[in-house]
Design a protein around this ligand. Structure first.
Ligand code: G1P
Length: 279
C-alpha cells in the first residue's frame, strides 16, 4: 500500500506559552477567529486527499474528540434556524473522515509522539501536521503539494522555509543538494542548532511525509536535543540512505505556537477569510 491516506496530528503538548488559557483547554483548540487550529490542519489534510485523521492526545484533551463529533443538543437547538450554516464545514469533516485517537502517556519529544501514533497508522506512508504551524497558500495546500511530490519520489519529505540565521535554534535545520526547483535531497539535518553551527538557514516546518520504516528507526533513536526523541534525528538515518527530500513549499507559515505568530495569523484570517466570507 503506498497511497497516503492518513495524517497524524501530535497534539499532546501542554501549550505552556499560552497559559493560563491552556490550563484546561488544549492548545490545538485555540481559535483563529472562530475555527480551532486543529481544524485548519484537518482541512489541509483533506484537501490533500487524506481521510484518516490520527490524533495523538494526552490528558486534558477531550475537547479535541468532542469537536470532531456530533453535538446532538446543539444540532437540535439550531436546526431550522439561520445559524445552521455555522456547523456546515465541521459536519462535512465529520461525515468524510474517520478520527482515531491514542494517548501519549509521557512527553518524550516529537519523535516519541509520532512513534506513539504507530498503532493508528500501521505499515503505510503517512503525513504529519503540527497544527501550530498554520500555513496559507494561494492554491493547493502545503500537504497537497507534498503528496504530489511523494507520488513522484516515494520517500520521506519535510517542508522547509528560509529563516533568519539567528533563529536556527528554534527549528530542525537541513542541508542538501538541489534536486529540482525548491527541492533538496537532504544530506544533513540537525535539531535546533546554534546559528554558528547550523548547516544552513533552511528550517523544517510542521509538515512531514514519512515512510513507515520511520517507526523502527524511532524505536532505535536515542534521546537527542533536550533529552527528547527527535524526529529530526530519526530522519537523519533515512537521509544517510538518500531517502529524505526537503521541499521549499509555496505559501506562508504562521508560528501559532508563539503569541506573536498566533496574533498575526488571527489578524490575517480575520481580514482575508472571515470578513471576505461574511461579505
Ligand atoms: C518541532 C521539530 C522541529 C521543527 C519544528 C517546526 O519543534 O522538532 O524540527 O523545526 O517542530 O515547527 P518544536 O517546535 O515542537 O519545538
Amino acid at each position: 500500500m503506498d497511497k497516503i491516506r492518513k495524517c497524524l496530528f501530535p497534539a499532546a503538548g501542554y501549550g505552556t506559552r499560552f497559559l493560563p488559557v491552556t490550563k484546561s483547554m488544549p492548545k490545538e483548540m485555540l481559535p483563529l477567529v472562530n475555527k480551532p487550529l486543529i481544524q485548519y490542519g484537518v482541512e489541509e489534510a483533506m484537501a490533500a486527499g487524506l481521510s484518516g485523521m490520527a490524533i495523538v492526545t494526552g490528558r486534558g484533551k477531550r475537547a479535541l474528540e468532542d469537536h470532531f463529533d456530533i453535538s446532538y443538543e446543539l444540532e437540535h437547538q439550531i436546526a431550522g434556524t439561520d445559524k445552521e450554516w455555522a456547523l456546515k464545514d465541521i459536519r462535512h469533516i465529520i461525515n468524510s473522515c474517520t478520527f482515531s485517537y491514542t494517548r501519549q502517556i509521557e512527553m518524550k519529544g516529537l519523535g516519541h509522539a509520532i512513534l506513539t501514533g504507530e498503532s493508528l497508522i500501521g505499515e503505510e506512508p503517512f503525513a504529519v501536521i503540527l497544527a501550530d504551524d498554520y500555513c496559507v497558500t494561494d492554491d493547493s495546500g502545503v500537504l497537497a503539494q507534498m503528496v504530489k511530490l511523494y507520488e513522484q519520489y516515494r520517500c520521506s519529505i519535510v517542508a522547509i522555509e528560509e529563516i533568519p540565521r539567528e533563529e536556527t535554534y528554534k527549528y530542525g535545520v537541513i542541508a542538501g543538494d538541489l534536486e529540482a526547483e525548491g527541492l533538496y535531497r537532504v544530506r544533513e539535518m540537525v535539531e535546533k542548532p546554534a546559528p554558528e553551527v547550523a548547516p544552513s538557514n533552511l528550517a523544517i516546518i510542521g509538515r512531514y511525509i514519512l515512510t513507515p520504516d520511520i517507526f523502527d528507526i524511532l524505536r532505535n533513536t536515542p534521546p537527542g536535543r533536550n533529552g527528547e526523541i527527535q524526529i529530526t534525528d530519526a530522519l537523519m538515518t533515512q537521509a544517510k540512505m538518500g531517502r529524505v527530500l526537503a521541499y521549499r513549499f509555496k505559501g506562508r507559515r504562521f508560528d501559532c505556537g508563539s503569541i506573536e505568530g498566533f496574533m498575526e495569523a488571527s489578524n490575517y484570517n480575520y481580514t482575508h477569510l472571515y470578513r471576505k466570507h461574511k461579505a
